[in-house]
Design a protein around this ligand. Structure first.
Ligand code: FAD
Ligand code: ZN
Length: 473
């Protein structure tokens, strides 16, 4: 039996022959969402339980084979698929999609890692509870992937990142042992926080198989408004005013540049855009514990005050859930609209909210000087200081040529500006392969040394998602 034959046989023993895929079209597991990385798997393995994950990891260990954990494969940084060598096993968690239990009095829920985010939201809602993590990929991304990337999304302003929504984890280690760290405790100071090591580790330290998540009461009403804003400075002014008036009721504050919304108009003309084009458009969401009428009245008073102060030039408050959904649809269609327009150079950055106007002004100007006519698909979670500051080729230049010839120089301009403002080169998508080399340039040697020591301690043979986050060879 060949070396690979031996491993495939062992994998088949672990999960059953139907769940070890080696032939046919495996591109759904091998190619990333943006179609930027094309890998080749030795096999795709689909375990159905934590014990089966442990058996797969042990089989790979025995054969010296590397593993790439995968959830919904919606990641954007080149971390969820195999490399092109044909020697790595993709461990797909999709079959592990059970809600293990909901403790309504403790406001917690324990789920398998392969549960799709939307299914988790729906299971919570069925008990009258809220799991607030929300992102445009929620119909296919999984809780395991959300935690492994410490996903952000549109509710971070009020509820925090995936990390803040997780109380406990179950993890299969690189040796194939199971760590049962599932816990519904909000207080537990018993030494180093292992949970927080695995959250955000992008599959490089262990395989998340289960999680205990925080739930919240469902709000009585959720209302949405759109506001046209003359400048980024005004958008930040509007945020301050909204925070002062609505307090924790302000659950979403998203900004969209005119070029980004223009792409939505072009590629999704059927989506209504209730406001005329403006330099920036802000989507505000308010969750209210009283009623929809109360929420609408608060929103209208806020927008009137903003209009008087010149922070906004126009506004529309959604009058129904359908209208609210339509407004969110506009925001959530931007990633798809920009991918239909062609590849661009993506930056998922954060700077302190107060510094965003200066960052945008300086970086827009520097890019225009270096690449006249360059177009900016600029949008994101302004309430968190997180922009998706994406750079599209000037009109008439092929996207592929622009990426090949200009990506390095564009990145240098953007990331230098981010660092000058005390920001981060990855706000919510992670590092993967996309930003691995940039990380080495931007993180302190002390931080990198501690990260390498953690990797060495938990995965000394470097078999879990090698080459992602840190260069390991
Ligand atoms: P994958 O893509 O399958 O994997 C992502 C990483 O997690 C990989 O490193 C993988 O190895 C690791 N991993 C996956 N499952 C496990 C596991 N069980 N154990 C250990 N490691 C694991 N992200 C945001 O943060 N905010 C957004 O607003 C947002 N919007 C998006 C919109 C669109 C349209 C798309 C396509 C993506 C968006 N993303 C966003 C990125 C992506 O959806 C998130 O990173 C998501 O958390 C990935 O989940 P996944 O299940 O698809 O993980
Ligand atoms: Zn985002």
């Amino acid at each position: 039996m060949s070396l690979n034959g031996g491993l495939v046989w062992a994998l088949t023993q672990a999960v059953g022959p139907a769940h070890v895929l080696t032939d046919g079209d495996l591109s759904a597991f091998e190619v990333d969402w943006r179609k930027r990385w094309f890998g080749k798997a030795l096999a795709v393995v689909r375990p159905g339980s934590t014990a089966e994950v442990a058996a797969v990891v042990q089989a790979c260990k025995a054969h010296g084979t590397c593993l790439v954990p995968q959830g919904g494969n919606t990641g954007l940084v080149g971390a969820s698929g195999p490399d092109a060598s044909g020697t790595q096993v993709v461990l797909s968690l999709g079959r592990m999609n059970r809600v293990r239990g909901i403790d309504a009095a403790n406001l917690t829920m324990t789920v398998d890692a392969g549960c799709v985010l939307q299914a988790v939201q729906e299971a919570a809602a069925a008990q009258g509870l809220l799991f607030p993590l929300s992102l445009a990929a929620e119909g296919s991304c999984t809780i395991g992937g959300n935690l492994a990337t410490n996903a952000g999304g549109t509710q971070v302003l009020r509820f925090g990142n995936a990390r803040e929504l997780c109380l406990g984890l179950e993890v299969v280690t690189a040796d194939g042992d199971v760590w049962d760290g599932l816990s519904g405790l909000r207080k537990d100071n018993t030494g180093y926080d292992l949970r927080d090591l695995f959250i955000g580790s992008e599959g490089t330290l262990g395989i998340i198989t289960g999680a205990t998540l925080k739930l919240y009461p469902q709000p009585a009403a959720v209302t949405t408004a759109l506001a046209a804003v003359p400048s980024m400075g005004s958008a930040v002014g509007l945020l301050q005013l909204a925070q002062a008036r609505l307090g924790p009721g302000l659950t979403g504050f998203e900004v969209m540049g005119e070029f980004a919304l223009g792409l939505v108009r072009k590629h999704f003309p059927q989506l209504p855009q209730p406001l005329p084009p403006a330099p920036w458009t802000v989507l505000l969401e308010q969750s209210d514990c009283e009623s929809a009428e109360h929420a609408t009245a608060l929103f209208e008073a806020l927008l009137e005050a903003a209009l008087e102060r010149g922070l906004i030039t126009d506004a529309a408050v959604a009058a129904s859930t359908q209208q609210s959904n339509n407004l969110w649809h506009l925001r959530e269609s931007i990633p798809l609209a920009q991918s239909l327009e062609g590849l661009n150079i993506k930056h998922d950055i954060s700077v302190p909210v107060s510094k965003i106007p200066a960052f945008v002004a300086a970086t827009d100007a520097a890019l225009e000087r270096a690449f006249p006519g360059v177009r900016l698909v600029d949008f994101g979670h302004l309430g968190d200081g997180n922009l998706h500051y994406n750079v599209q080729a000037p009109m008439g230049q092929a996207a592929a040529d622009f990426l090949r010839d200009c990506e390095k120089a564009v990145n240098a301009i953007v990331y230098d500006a981010v660092c000058a403002q005390g920001g981060s080169i990855s706000a919510e998508h992670g590092i993967g392969m996309l930003k691995r080399d940039e990380l080495v340039k931007r993180k302190s040697p002390v931080a990198l040394q501690m990260m390498r020591a953690i990797k060495q301690a938990l995965d000394p043979a470097g078999r879990l998602n090698p080459g992602r986050v840190l260069q390991t060879d």
